[in-house]
Design a protein around this ligand. Structure first.
Ligand code: ATP
Ligand code: MG
Length: 393
């Protein structure tokens, strides 16, 4: 029998009319993610199979692929005859160590002469006969023996690897992630990818106030995200002139409010250009002065585009735990300053007033500055293999 990987879709199966679009996108994403590993993808009703020599590597990639609910490494039998199934299963079990077991059968061919219960019973009693000291335990068995009978094939597997769920990246279109070097925004990006949104990222830098290391840190974070999204294009906006103009001309307590209103405006303009339908950021209610409800409203009101804030209601501890799981935490806590932290005023306004923000920002030629910043964007496409930014850290 040959080994084969079975992929199960989970939530995707609730998509009735456009399920094939979701599944084809998943297939393309898997193909791209496995570009350097020899493999073949086979479709069958309700399942995808991957045949390969490198099971472990492939399973690892699949556990980072959104749209997959479960992964099984199975043994494939080129037949669905019950005698052959029994003999091959008994042979396989010779190398397994267990005292208790349970047989779970699924059959997709509803015309098959035996139903699932009959097959469970038949295989169970054959196992009890052949291996004298084994027992059935339906609640907590040492070994789960899963048998799937399809139209002319059968599969056996003993372990289920949990997928990360979600929708295949790209099925919901594109969003623009406001990516800083902090802990929150990469996690926000991860959740957006999980809902099937392909992301591009925008990063505001203020050289020489921010260093090359700060920029490379953001590119490293983008690389971690590209493990889930195939690739991430990072748009780097030079924010120095804008930040200096705000610092020199606007009341300091409104500095962050105005800075963020301008970041939002630039992000919205870029999103129209790259056809991103939403902005995504790492804001979390109450975390800092610019994330009180009043601040969020005064900042948000300068754009029309919807802003997704996947972490809006997360605690910092919860965010940190996810950041650790997705390997962005260690990069995020590197010390390099990002442009927001350098120009932080002592007393940022907690309840800004719209009319004042409008009045103060008129003290700088922000339209002109925005246009200039948009003209000079640097774009870097980050692939998951791309490690060159890590060396500089
Ligand atoms: P993070 O929230 O990612 O930990 P942070 O705490 O430094 O970074 P905040 O001041 O909380 O950032 O800003 C809230 C959100 O605004 C960030 O999550 C991010 O989406 C966006 N943002 C902040 N600074 C930048 C920047 N320099 N470039 C792009 N987006 C930024
Ligand atoms: Mg934050």
């Amino acid at each position: 029998m040959k080994k084969i990987i079975i992929i199960k879709y989970g939530e995707l199966t609730t998509k009735k009319d456009n399920i094939s679009f979701f599944i084809n996108t998943l297939k393309d994403n898997i193909k791209n993610a496995l570009i350097n590993i020899n493999h073949e993808i086979i479709f069958d009703k309700g399942r995808m199979f991957i045949s390969t020599e490198n099971y472990e590597e492939v399973v690892e990639v699949l556990t980072n692929t959104f749209g997959i609910h479960e992964i099984n490494i199975a043994y494939e039998l080129d037949n669905n005859n019950i005698e052959l199934i029994s003999n091959n299963l008994l042979e396989l079990l010779k190398s397994k160590e267990f005292n208790t077991f349970k047989v779970n059968t699924k059959r997709s061919d509803k015309n098959y002469p035996l139903n699932s219960m009959d097959i469970n019973k038949k295989l169970g009693s054959l196992i009890l006969n052949k291996f004298k000291n084994k027992k059935v335990d339906v609640h907590n068995p040492d070994l789960n023996i899963n048998v799937e009978i399809r139209f002319n094939k059968s599969y056996f597997y003993f372990e289920k690897v949990k997928g990360i769920g979600g929708y295949p990246v790209g099925t919901l279109g594109k969003g623009l992630l406001m990516l800083s070097g902090g802990i929150d925004s990469p996690v926000a990006g991860y959740y957006a990818l999980k809902r099937g949104i392909r992301i591009e990222a925008i990063y505001f830098e203020s050289p020489p106030h921010t260093s090359l290391n700060a920029k490379n840190k953001v590119l490293s974070l983008a690389r971690e995200l590209s493990k889930y999204g195939g690739y991430v294009k990072v748009h780097i906006v030079n924010f120095t002139k804008i930040q200096e103009a705000i610092y020199k001309n606007c009341p300091h307590e409104y500095m962050i409010t105005i800075m963020r209103r301008i970041m939002y405006r630039i992000s919205e303009r870029l999103s129209y250009k790259i056809n991103a339908k939403v902005l995504i950021n790492g804001e979390s209610v109450g975390q800092v002065a610019s994330q009180t409800l009043t601040s969020m409203r005064v900042i948000n009101e300068v754009v029309k585009i919807p802003v997704l804030r996947p972490l809006a209601c997360f605690d910092k501890i919860e965010i940190i735990n996810v950041a650790k799981n997705i390997n962005t935490y260690d990069i995020s806590i590197l010390p390099y300053e990002d442009c927001c932290t350098i120009f932080v005023p002592d007393h940022p306004v907690i309840n800004p007033i719209s009319s004042l923000a409008e009045e103060y920002e008129k003290l700088i030629p922000y339209e002109e500055l925005i246009n200039e910043a948009l003209k000079n964007i640097e774009v870097i496409k980050i692939l998951k293999e791309n490690k060159k930014f890590d060396n500089i850290l």
